[in-house]
Design a protein around this ligand. Structure first.
Ligand code: NAD
Length: 339
């Protein structure tokens, strides 16, 4: 399966622009979603009769692999919920940038009086970083959010599997790689789950929980409780290319591009039609520009190749625009132009 950095959410942006888009996204989200309403997590109970040790019933420390767009967002969500977040990255610059991004994001919430200075300080006290994987051994739960590359993720997961106690759950934030396949790289496929956060993590309310073939009920229950403790609403999905949200969202955007290509309506009218006729906060073509047209093509190809079904073929106009370097907001030109 090709390595893609999938859009990740209805309002998703390419990694590099995700943080910058946060303000835009927040402005189109309802207040209830845009805030950081989070519930402190203290008890995470396993719901099945599987044998687990008492120490794993309380998640105090979440290890996060990768301090990039998603990793630092997940760390922020943990920290605001009162959970220690230990971010690991191979790149020390990414770790510093990740911490600075969290601080900046909390500053914006502070400015909007959504949190107090004390709450910001408390959250920052829960953020720790490391470059040494052995430090993750003390974590109660680990979320892998490193670069979207299958070989890289398999290597990380094998290393983690060798390091962590057998009862520790490993989750992956992959957008496009099979959860069942990643689970099989470990000796704990029952304690492995997809935990697909949406970008920007502090703002987006959804977490897709993806069960691999062997994921146990207890693992799912724990992931659900953790997601809720982070102030998110989890949905449960079986492993399948692109899971559910992107499976529905991206073909819809692709169809909007077909409509434009066929000259059925202007970009503005297509977007207005979908906004006013289906109550979406942003039109599909404007959303494609936010996600990045290169990411859109990669996601459509995941479906096209994963299902071997021509209904997922990327629109020829999408291919043309990517070939021309019109990738959306990040290049200043997509279906719209940006200053
Ligand atoms: P990113 O490029 O912003 O960050 C990835 C980080 O992983 C980088 O800081 C990199 O240094 C680090 N990394 C690379 N190899 C590593 C290793 N061996 N050990 C530790 N860290 C390592 O990427 P991102 O956008 O945060 O995406 C991370 C994951 O989340 C991917 O699987 C992606 O598909 C998924 N995802 C992304 C989005 C999105 O909108 N960006 C949405 C949902 C899911």
């Amino acid at each position: 399966m090709p390595s893609v950095r999938c859009c990740g959410c209805g309002m998703a942006a390419e990694a590099a622009s995700g943080v910058a888009d946060e303000e835009d996204i927040e402005s189109i989200l309802p207040d209830a979603v845009a805030g950081t309403a989070v519930t402190p997590l203290r008890k995470i109970a396993f719901s099945s009769t599987e044998k687990v040790t008492e120490t794993h019933m309380t998640i105090k420390t979440v290890g996060i692999i990768g301090a990039g767009t998603m990793g630092n967002g997940i760390a922020q969500a943990c920290a605001v919920a009162g959970i220690d977040a230990l971010m690991l990255d191979v790149n020390p610059v990414a770790l510093d940038k990740g911490v600075a991004t969290i601080s900046g994001s909390l500053d914006r919430l502070l400015k909007k009086e959504k949190i107090t200075a004390e709450q910001k300080a408390a959250a920052m006290s829960h953020i720790k970083t490391t470059s040494t994987m052995a430090d993750l051994a003390k974590c109660d739960y680990v979320i892998e959010a490193a670069t979207e590359n299958e070989g890289l993720k398999i290597k990380i997961l094998k290393d983690l599997d060798a390091l962590l106690p057998a009862s520790t759950i490993i989750a992956t934030n992959t957008s496009s790689i099979s959860i069942t396949q990643l689970a099989a790289a470990t000796k704990r496929p029952d304690r492995f789950i997809g935990m697909h956060f949406f970008n920007p993590v502090p703002m987006m309310a959804l977490v897709e929980l993806i069960r691999g073939l062997a994921t146990s009920d207890a693992t799912l229950a724990t992931a659900q409780e953790l997601a809720k403790a982070l102030g998110k609403t989890p949905i449960t999905v079986k492993n399948s290319p692109g899971f559910v949200v992107n499976r529905i969202l991206c073909p819809m955007i692709n169809e909007a591009i077909f409509c434009l290509q066929e000259g059925l309506a202007t970009a503005e009218d297509i977007d207005n039609g979908m906004k006013l006729g289906t109550n979406q906060p942003i039109g599909p073509l404007a959303l494609a520009d936010m996600i990045g047209l290169d990411v859109m093509i990669a996601v459509m190809n995941v479906f096209y190749e994963g299902f071997n079904d021509p209904k997922y073929r990327p629109a020829p106009l999408l291919k043309e625009m990517v070939a021309a370097g019109y990738l959306g907001r990040k290049t200043g030109r997509g279906f719209y132009t940006y200053a």
